[in-house]
Design a protein around this ligand. Structure first.
Ligand code: HEM
Length: 221
């Protein structure tokens, strides 16, 4: 049973992101095609073509990354279909970089609804996604599978980060009615959220990775 736990968790993760993946892809596509994108979402403005294109493309690319990264990490895909893992790995790399870049273009041109604090942490999130995607592919090409695996784990965490962000909000509003959160995203909860949706999960991943590599190392005693 323990052998199948990673597969089960990754499948559950991918399936649970489904609603957000559909929402994000659909919103991005409609924003990109519309003559009046400002009517579709507050994220778009009618007079900022480049920022709109950046955020719309990041939503569509991000939708595939969110759903695709956990599936790409499935042990069966890695072991039984290495060719598929390799080809889809390149696709995910390009889309992860596009997701991060699209978000960064939007932040540079438009900022974010929550002001400088939100913009700062979203920019760090975007830069981290680009950096992690580059390292994942770099170590795969260098055939350093230990490092490739570690960076891939970090990339999966970041890939589902945007979904985690929405899940934190859904749980918070369901349990507290939205204490310390407001429509301008400037409440204490909102300000903590921009860090809490990815930094703690990256730290947990780091602890697990270090624990695993310590277990693999032969004891010096
Ligand atoms: C991981 C995949 C990602 C998906 C699926 C995704 C999806 C979305 C969606 C659907 C929105 C529209 C807001 C909403 O309706 O909730 C949005 C907004 C935004 N995203 Fe992403 N995103 C992803 C990753 C990123 C990354 C890596 C960055 C960092 C650069 C980023 C930066 C932004 C920004 C700046 C906004 C607008 C914030 C605002 O002012 O409201 N996103 N994203």
């Amino acid at each position: 049973m323990r052998r199948y736990l990673p597969t089960l968790l990754l499948l559950l993760l991918a399936l649970n992101t489904g609603w957000f993946v559909v929402y994000s892809g659909d919103l991005g596509l409609r924003g990109l095609m519309s003559q009046a994108p400002g009517e579709i979402s507050r994220v778009f403005q009618d007079d900022t073509i480049l920022a709109n294109a950046g955020i719309a493309l990041h939503m569509m690319a991000g939708a595939v990354v969110t759903f695709g990264a956990p599936l790409q990490a499935l042990p069966i895909v890695r072991r039984r279909w290495p060719g598929l893992h390799r080809r889809f790995g390149y696709v995910l790399f390009v889309l992860a970089v596009a997701t991060g870049l699209g978000g960064l273009v939007y932040i540079t041109l438009n900022g974010t609804i929550g002001g400088w604090w939100m913009s700062l942490w979203f920019a760090i999130y975007g830069a981290a996604m680009i950096w992690t995607a580059i390292n994942t592919i770099y170590y795969a090409l260098a055939k350093d599978m230990r490092r490739h695996f570690a960076w891939a784990v970090r990339l999966v965490v970041l890939a589902v980060g945007s979904w985690i962000y929405r899940m934190h909000y859904a749980i918070w509003y369901a349990t507290t009615g939205g204490i310390a959160s407001n429509k301008a995203f400037t409440g204490v909860f909102d300000q903590i959220q921009v860090v809490a949706f990815f930094v703690p999960y990256l730290l947990i991943a780091e602890i697990v990775l270090r624990w695993q590599s310590a277990r693999r190392r032969p004891s010096s005693a």
